[in-house]
Design a protein around this ligand. Structure first.
Ligand code: ADP
Length: 232
């Protein structure tokens, strides 16, 4: 079988597997609400509706990820370069995330205040990285977004957490579509698509992403981007 067919088969297999759990949960809780509503307390009803809402969100995210993945694979991804003022852009990205109050933004004094890039795509990349950092670390721990100049006309934006970390031999594999570490799969829900998308988006912007260990424990993902957009 050609490699692209294999990839499609695994995409369908993994996607349907990923959809089964949230769909089963939604189905089960809707069923329960329909059949036993009169016996349930208001608190129980709220709890069930909350599960339905969370699981629906999970399906929407999966659908969004698959659409993004597809457009990255067939090179139809639109990139719109513009001037981005970094600090307010980063603050906005973090503010919109659940748990965003755990994120501390640190900008080195010699980092350029603006870059030329695609604000929407930068937002998608950092949303994926920061969501992971929050998801795979303790609720009481701080996640740091650190902006530093990175030589050769580039800027580095690191997302640093103190969570479960990633073994050295898996640090490159986590960028493969659907790859999840055992520890990651044990500790939180996920599709294994976020980092694959983030890396491809970074490449589409002329940059890249690398994973490291955080000194003292945890994971650090460093996004490197050109400060000035390359001519396209
Ligand atoms: P998802 O989080 O949906 O599973 P990702 O593609 O974003 O998918 O990440 C792939 C895997 O990499 C995760 O399942 C997890 O095992 C690991 N991972 C990603 N980010 C982190 C992190 N900050 N700390 C520890 N493990 C991580």
């Amino acid at each position: 079988m050609p490699e692209s067919d294999l990839r499609d088969v695994s995409l369908v297999a993994v996607t349907s597997h990923e959809m089964r759990a949230p769909l089963a949960a939604i189905r089960g809780f809707v069923d329960m609400l329909q059949r036993r509503r009169s016996e349930l307390s208001d608190a129980e009803i709220d709890e069930f509706l909350n599960v339905i809402s969370v699981q629906t969100q999970r399906l929407i995210r999966l659908a969004d990820d698959l659409v993004t993945m597809e457009s990255l694979q067939d090179a139809s991804l639109a990139i719109e370069q513009g001037s981005i003022v970094l600090v307010p852009a980063l603050e906005q990205i973090v503010r919109d995330l659940p748990g965003g109050e755990r994120v501390e933004i640190r900008v080195s004094a010699d980092a350029p205040p603006t870059i030329e890039s695609d604000a929407l795509r930068l937002g998608q990349i950092l949303t994926n990285l920061v969501t992971n950092a929050l998801k795979y670390s303790d609720q009481g721990s701080v996640v740091t977004l650190e902006v530093v100049p990175d030589g050769d006309g580039c800027i580095g934006i690191a997302v640093i957490d103190h969570g479960i970390g990633i073994d050295a031999q898996e640090r490159d594999r986590v960028f493969e579509p659907f790859y999840r570490t055992t520890e990651g799969a044990r500790s939180a829900e996920g599709s294994g698509l976020g980092l694959a998308i983030a890396r491809r988006l970074a490449e589409a912007l002329g940059g890249d992403i690398t994973a490291y260990a955080t000194p003292g424990g945890g994971a650090t993902f460093r996004l490197r981007l050109p400060v000035r957009a390359a001519a396209r």
